[in-house]
Write a protein that binds this ligand. Structure first.
Ligand code: AR6
Length: 173
């Protein structure tokens, strides 16, 4: 399992993978954080495509092309806004990972990079969000043999250290 999961520091827009995942909002029209960075790096055509998609409910995912990004595809998913943990936030975040994998596998993606969905502007607690990310990824990798690489791109030391710790717990390596 270890060789299929990577934890890296840096900017997801630089990832040379088949698909990068965007932590979007329901409009899919761009925003701040990783969403803003992806739209800037992909260029105007991305916005034209996502405008035509017509939005995405929380917990679901939609595909677009990557345009000027090194990645061929962008999987846009909408994380939950953290509201204390009693608004189904954990299940919705798990849905983001499950549905992102499902959409990506549906178009033959073999390498994919995720940001830490919901842990910025949407304030989901980092450690719990990381556990959900790793648990959902483990379930997929246990059942799928076509994915060759899943990269978790950490923006800063805090996220990097948390991902390393949670990885050991969930994957037991
Ligand atoms: N590469 C990788 N990770 C990044 C990058 C980057 N270039 N930039 C930020 N992060 P956020 P959310 C990390 O706020 O919490 C947007 O306005 C960041 O440090 O981007 O899901 C959308 O339009 C954090 O760990 O997404 C929505 O309105 C993680 O990405 C809203 O924010 C997610 O932070 C979504 O909020």
């Amino acid at each position: 399992m270890k060789e299929r999961v990577r934890i890296e520091k840096g900017d997801i827009t630089k990832q040379k993978v088949d698909a990068i995942v965007n932590a979007a909002n329901q409009s899919l029209l761009g925003g701040g954080g990783v969403d803003g960075a992806i739209h800037r790096a992909a260029g105007q055509e991305l916005l034209e495509e996502t405008r035509n998609i017509g939005g995405c409910p929380t917990g679901e995912a939609r595909i677009s092309k990557g345009y000027c990004l090194p990645a061929k595809w962008v999987v846009h998913t909408v994380g939950p806004v953290w509201a204390g943990g009693h608004k189904n936030e954990e299940n919705l975040l798990a849905g983001c990972y499950r549905n992102s994998f499902k959409e990506a596998l549906g178009i033959g993606v073999k390498t994919i990079a995720f940001p830490s969905i919901s842990t910025g502007a949407y304030r989901f607690p980092l450690e719990r969000a990381t556990e959900i990310a790793m648990e959902e990824t483990k379930k997929i990798l246990d059942n799928d043999k076509t994915l060759t690489k899943v990269v978790f791109v950490c923006f800063g030391d805090d996220a990097y250290n948390t991902y390393q710790d949670v990885y050991k717990r969930v994957f037991g390596e």
